[in-house]
Design a protein around this ligand. Structure first.
Ligand code: FES
Length: 286
């Protein structure tokens, strides 16, 4: 057996392959066909030998640890991957699939991160324009889902996780309340104790005032959907997405601003809100 020497590094080897392929591409058709046939035959021989080595080592208790060590070597890993003997793990494939669609997401102000892959399900978090219920966010979600399902055979479903809530507090301007001599005369009504509107709650007062609490940030709205003015009593508040969805036909709103995410330029009527001594006051009159 001849002495084995340390080989060249991966980058040098890859460059040699690229240079050789470029040279082959420049050959006349007959020479190119012969060169490609030679390459295919050599690859077949290498693959047959590698399959034998891997199969024997995997079956041998003493050799198996060495095989797993070798697979971690970048050149060996690339070689076995090129010959289809090992396949990239689902997480690597999923990260690659997401990297391919990320420029498209960024161009729309969105992003995605892979949380984990488990039992055939990819768990992702969507950010920016991908998050919410506007038409564009739905399209971006579908883009992420189809990229993962097409690129990763081991993934059969995609689940969107809620984003980590960003801690926020009731804004200071809401806490400091200009004490009016007669607040009721100025159109203010006391609607609830602040601690009676817990996070994630949609609270209706006197049938025409809606108060929502998103991460301790209170907002008040006229209890009328901007679509057909139907009441929002049973609206769904998604704290992680910061959205409020009308139960009637699904119009979706930014829960903190009332901006409609389903129809541009449409808005819930937001009512001034103040907190004084733990009481929530909303101005319903002029
Ligand atoms: S009334 Fe709310 S979506 Fe139609």
């Amino acid at each position: 057996m001849t002495d084995l020497q340390e080989g060249a590094d991966l980058e040098t080897l890859a460059r040699r392959v690229d240079d050789a392929l470029a040279a082959v591409a420049g050959l006349d058709p007959a020479a190119r066909t012969a060169a490609e046939e030679l390459r295919a035959a050599l690859e077949e021989i290498h693959r047959a030998g590698l399959v034998t080595i891997v199969t024997r080592m995997r079956a041998d208790d003493a050799a198996r640890p060495l095989l797993f060590d070798l697979v971690d070597d970048p050149v060996v890993r690339m070689l076995l991957t090129l010959h289809g003997i090992i396949r990239p793990d689902p997480v690597t494939l999923a990260e690659r699939a997401l990297a391919a669609v990320r420029p498209q997401l960024h161009s729309h102000g969105g992003d995605v991160t892979l949380d984990r892959v488990a039992d055939g399900v990819a768990f992702v978090r969507l950010e920016g324009a991908c998050n919410g219920c506007s038409m564009s966010s739905v399209t971006l979600r579908e883009l992420v889902e189809s990229a993962l399902l097409q690129a990763v055979p081991a993934i059969s479903a995609v689940e969107v996780l809620p984003n980590e809530p960003t801690p926020t507090i009731i804004p200071i301007e809401s806490v400091s309340f200009r004490r009016a001599a007669d607040p009721e005369a100025e159109g203010w009504v006391r609607v609830a104790r602040a601690d009676a509107v817990p996070v994630g709650e949609v609270s209706v007062h006197g049938s025409d005032v809606l108060v929502v609490n998103v991460d301790q940030r209170l907002s008040a709205y006229r209890n009328e959907c901007a679509h057909e003015a139907l009441p929002l009593d049973n609206a769904v508040l998604d704290v992680s997405a910061g959205t409020l969805t009308c139960p009637w036909h699904g119009f979706c709103y930014d829960a903190s601003s009332g901006e409609c995410l389903s129809a541009p330029g449409v808005q819930l009527e937001q009512l001034p809100l103040r907190v004084e001594d733990g009481d929530v006051w909303v101005r319903v009159g002029p």
